[in-house]
Design a protein around this ligand. Structure first.
Ligand code: FAD
Length: 464
């Protein structure tokens, strides 16, 4: 089949607004934020879809799926394309299916604290509509303003809120309606343990067409930036604050110098203290004073605060400098930076030793490292609860062999790495493994969804 025939057929099916085929759209919609990685840039630049489809209804999507199954055409789902690992790059061409027109909130608080929505709805829209009703997202990525719900579930991990409510696997999803990629294009509504097959599955295990998401009771959050003499003191303070269950917080993000110097707008607002580490916090309204007092024992000092009335309403939020936004600010400042995602020990003393060993390693191998840490919880308030200290460590290593060596050194030190320089889902220690393979065998039996994102080994494992 020629590309022209494919584009014409889709035009007939979805109408003018449902098909994009000009070179600029093909290029834009075939990419995500993989350019943070020099390795992925080399591997993925130039991979293009034959056409972009943007169905507006589930019925249109069903028609598209039936059509693709009859002709063996790959389909790659796309939310807002902010993923970092080439998750929605169509490795084998075919159709990129953008969900930007499947973007309706279908019910909010119909069941208390639950939102039901289409996959293309932006997380920011849910947060903004839920708060006046007394609810907020349990966690969201720092790309919350643009990232889509289906994209977060399909490609994300956690973010703001994770220090309170855990990550995507911790009760974020209540149910999901999945379209199977078969000639029937049948729909299935799943809940409980079956949801695991769709979380961080890179859209390989079925098409999510409707999601029910559990919300948390809304808290009035105020923001505070505290500076500390060193990252060690910021971390000791942050760890203590994390463990204090009486002190509500939505964000604890720690940055060693010179990282705070990259945060232009915060610096312009006087929020950055020269040569000091910075903690970016979201705290319950009225608590900044007490938290500041507590930080004094660690050398803490307040550099910036914003009241709850300005939450999500000012020129910037502190979360704009956290999670992988930190890397973005660093790369803007100096394109030589890239990053790793290193899961340090949950024990602060051990984590400090690991960072010290890595500083020595980078110094000796002629590269730079600067540590940015996010503190969160997994399985919170359960017997399996774990506090994590996740480094999104900035490194100035430009090539694949250097990055592989930096990862090997971390692993030698007992630090597992969620490698952001590969597009293989199964190379990410956060993927769920067998539940994804089982869901894939059931809902994507022809392997048409996002082909190439599982290594040959994982493909061979298949379903149990
Ligand atoms: P996309 O990139 O469009 O898609 C992600 C994956 O989901 C793809 O594999 C896609 O095929 C799949 N998918 C999309 N829709 C569907 C569907 N309907 N059915 C099945 N599969 C589907 N991530 C975090 O977890 N936390 C962070 O704090 C964070 N911060 C970031 C900061 C920056 C500056 C950047 C660039 C990225 C960051 N990310 C973060 C990564 C990314 O922004 C988030 O994971 C985001 O939620 C992805 O949403 P998206 O709509 O852009 O997804």
């Amino acid at each position: 089949m020629t590309t022209t025939t494919l584009q014409d057929d889709l035009l007939g099916m979805l109408g003018e607004r449902g098909v994009l085929s000009d070179p600029r759209s093909l290029s834009t919609f075939s990419k995500d934020a993989f350019y943070y990685s020099p390795v992925l840039r080399g591997l993925l630049d130039g991979k293009l879809a034959d056409v972009i489809a943007a169905p507006q209804t589930v019925e249109e999507l069903q028609e598209l799926v039936r059509y693709a199954c009859a002709r063996n055409i790959p389909l790659t789902m796309r939310g807002s394309g902010t993923g970092n690992y080439g998750q929605c790059v169509p490795l084998q061409g075919g159709v990129v299916v953008s969900t930007h027109r499947l973007n309706r909130i279908l019910a909010l608080d119909e069941a208390p604290g639950v939102v039901r929505a289409e996959p293309g709805v932006r997380l920011g829209q849910i947060e903004r509509q839920a708060r006046p009703l007394g609810w907020e997202l349990r966690c969201y990525p720092s790309t919350w303003a643009t990232a889509a719900l289906g994209g977060f579930v399909g490609g994300g991990f956690g973010g703001v809120g994770s220090v309170r409510n855990g990550v995507l696997w911790d009760g974020f999803l209540k149910s999901v309606t999945v379209m199977e990629v078969t000639p029937e294009a049948a729909l299935h509504t799943l809940s409980g343990s079956e949801l695991t097959g769709f979380i961080h599955a890179y859209g390989t295990s079925g098409i999510m067409v409707e999601l029910e998401v559990n919300l948390a009771p809304a808290v009035p959050w105020e923001e505070a930036a505290l500076s500390f003499p060193t990252l060690e003191q910021a971390l000791r303070f942050g760890a203590e604050l994390t463990l204090d269950s009486l002190e509500d917080k939505r964000l604890i993000s720690l940055h060693e110098w010179p990282i705070p110097s990259f945060f232009g707008p915060l610096q312009a607002a006087g929020g950055v203290a020269e040569a000091r580490a910075l903690a970016l916090l979201e705290l319950r309204e009225g608590r900044t004073g007490a938290v500041l007092e507590r930080s004094r024992a660690f050398g803490g000092d307040l550099t910036y605060s914003a009241p709850a009335s300005a939450y999500h309403a000012g020129k910037f939020c502190l979360s704009d400098f956290t999670w992988n936004h930190t890397t973005l600010w660093a790369m803007r400042n100096d394109p030589g930076w890239t990053y790793l995602q290193s899961n340090l020990s949950s024990d602060v003393g051990e984590a400090l030793k690991q960072m010290e060993a890595l500083r020595t390693y980078h110094l000796e191998s002629g590269s730079r490292v600067a540590f940015h840490l996010e503190i969160g919880r997994q399985a919170p308030d359960t017997p399996g609860e774990r506090v994590f200290i996740s480094a999104l460590d900035l490194i100035s290593v430009p090539d694949a062999p250097g990055i592989a060596a930096a990862i090997a050194e971390r692993e030698r030190l007992g630090v597992s790495v969620a490698n952001p320089h590969t597009y293989y889902l199964d190379a990410d220690p956060r993927w769920s493994g067998q539940p994804v393979l089982d869901a894939r065998a059931r809902f994507n039996p022809l392997g048409l969804l996002n082909p190439g994102k599982l290594s040959a080994g994982a493909e061979a494992l298949g379903a149990t």
